[in-house]
Design a protein around this ligand. Sequence first.
Ligand code: PEP
Ligand code: MG
Length: 891
Amino acid sequence: MSTYVSRFCDGDKDQKDLLGGKGANLAEMTNLDLPVPPGFTITTQACRAYMRDGHVPPELRVEVTLAVREIEDALGRRLGDFHEPLLVSVRSGAKFSMPGMMETVLNIGLNDASVKGLTEFSGDERFAWDSYRRLIQMFGKTVLGIDGDLFAEALDERKTAVGARSDVDLTAQDLRILVHTFKEIVVEQTGREFPQHPREQLDMAIEAVLDSWNTDRARLYRRRERIPHDLGTAVNVVSMVFGNLGETSGTGVCFTRDPATGESGVYGDYLPNAQGEDVVAGIRNTLPLSELELLDPVSYDALRQAMRRLETHYRDLCDIEFTIENGKLWLLQTRVGKRTAAAAFRIATALVDESLLTMDEAITRCSGDRLSQLLFPRFDPAAAKQLLTRAMPASPGAAVGEIVLDNAQALERTAAGARVVLVRRETNPDDLQGMIVADGVLTARGGKTSHAAVVARGMGTCAVVGAEELDVDVARGEVRVRGQVLRAGDTIAIDGATGEVFRGEVPVVDSPVMVYVADGLDAGLAAATDDEARALVTSVDRVLRHADAVRRMQVRTNADTAEDARRARDRGAQGVGLCRTEHQFLGERRTYVERLVLADDDASRQAALDALLPLQREDFVALLDAMDGLPTTIRLIDPPLHEFLPDRTELAVRVATAKEPDPQDVALLAAVERMHEQNPMLGLRGVRLGLVLPGLFAVQVRAVAEATVQLRAAGRDPRPEIMVPLVGSVRELQLVREEAERVLAEVGAESGTTLELPIGCMIELPRAALTAHRIAEEADFFSFGTNDLTQTTWGFSRDDVERAFFADYLQNGVLTISPFDTLDADGVGALVRAGAAGGRATKPGLHLGVCGEHGGDPESIHFFDQVGLDYVSCSPFRVPIARLEAGRAAV
Ligand code: PEP
Ligand code: MG
């Protein structure tokens, strides 16, 4: 039994871990009796042993010998033979496709003797010498590490010397001379001859392919694609077949259906009398696959049958590389083919219509990430663009507009009909008005969970944050970036999917799928401009409806305003999972909170509270009305104080530089100094503020209660739930609960109704998760606040960390993705599990949800489903994505 080598006839498609994607599929095709050239796969286990020990395991040499001899016997050819030489290719093939990142060496087995055998066997001297020079060139560069330009230059010189326009014009004699020159380059560069022994060539090529797993570019690619570094690559050793033996030979690539649209049919390219490399290099123009039918109907039929067989077997779009050698078809590779987001949906439903998939399977073929790609307006990919800088993509979309630098400009220009992009150093609550009217937000500071990012995502406004190269000079009305100066009024374009910032106008294209999720099927179909777009809208609708039918978890939304709530409801939200009431005090209303926080006697505090009540009641009436009949979780205020107080430095400067400081400023500065915190995110927030500032929570609960009474009186069905933030101890919740119940009873008595509203809390501190069994005694529900839970579990400041050192952590592999984007299942996830288990140990039916940003992240949604949460809550824009992912998690 082999440890490190697997013959194609021994493996199958499910062994990608061991055989890599290419090897597993070659094995599968071999077992389907499809024509695959004989070969074997050196397993990823060998690569891992090689990486661990620094040398190839000794057993591998023996196993390779046995496997090569089997190929030789099967084909009746031998490596290095004078008459009928066997040549092999040595190809990398990892579990996850890493296109072009690792190495391949073709034509192993050619040397000064076997090149004559190849001439004899193929009857084509030119072909034989061309194959030999390709081997030395590829081997020299890949295995011996010689600068590839040296070979390319020698090739060019030869062409010039004989007046050849392209490689194919070189004769056998020219190529023989070139082989000689190439061999000299090898001696000059390495101090030794090009290895003539085929087995030495093979061993060196295998080692070079194993090494290519760890090249810089491969590592970089894996980091970006989140592929673990310790998987290792497999190496496929395959007997060579030749598509360049004349007009009855050729090579091509085909797809079983259109990878761009999903349409079924014959798609692909064919190049007669050529090798695979020629297709990739684009040296000659390919023919459409349909022309093969005229050139070689027998091979064409064989290929069509193989395509049908593979698509039926994989029940998915396959792409296939093939070669025809003297009229005989060989399949060199197949895989489930890459496709566009649109094709993913269309292929899934088409396969259902062809009775090849069930709807349950179809939804697993479409992901939330794919859906989100279909929702956002985007920049026309064909348009010319002038890149200014790159930063963090914080809220997707594509926005083009005039630069505005503050609220006043934003309001003025949009009132005049302009589209604007709000550009700020960072945003603070005062910028809300500007953010609302702007098409996009660009900041020089801040991370993905910074205020600007969270608010923009909530509103579905495109945002790019942390563009550190931007120097935003509001006083001079300009923005400087990389030596360029842009003024307010100049046009810029920001791409919330890539983080790119462009100068000038870039055309944006609309998405009918977006119209569909917002306004329904008829509107989506009407917005589609052609049959393909209509077919896509229909496919997305079928997939989403099925996801809704099968999912266990509900999907709610994070919405602070009636408008957001309505928008989310249109997109399928089944309630509000989080209304951040502090967001209702952004902008002009900020002073209400400021007055309350800074009040230094009971009378002024009461005045501030009295002023809050009607505003909040109005907010809640609107929100509950928009969510009529659906649960609406209203969170008591959780303002990190620094976001609501005037900037300490600015105020200090104003006081210090004024000839006669304004006494109000002086008093304010003293108060701000008093309240100043080094770590406001760990400071007087949430329940702590509620317990320290008497009357604050009570006024909010009263507003909820009065809004409920008012709506009930109007025949509506409001379903508010009151949620307490940042609880760490059951006692905190108990105190708030007592106060809330007292207020509810009071309002109930005043209005003659019963108000038994659910009161629950957020689980967003490690202590809360760890003592959840106690906290559950006082809670009617829990909602996991995974933003703060991530912040406090890792001890990462959510506002600073992406800027501060995430880049390094992603680089050195401590993190593979930001834990603020995708839940850290091992660490933060363990606390979510503990919190859920603790809560349900005390109250088995305890309702559990999540309202951190992770509630809209596909991978995290699967985790929450496993843990048994009842719902996820996410920004309105992400609701359809969460519906789909919750469905996928359930099947
Ligand atoms: C959280 O911490 O996950 C949460 C939802 O609350 P916020 O983001 O408002 O702190
Ligand atoms: Mg929080």
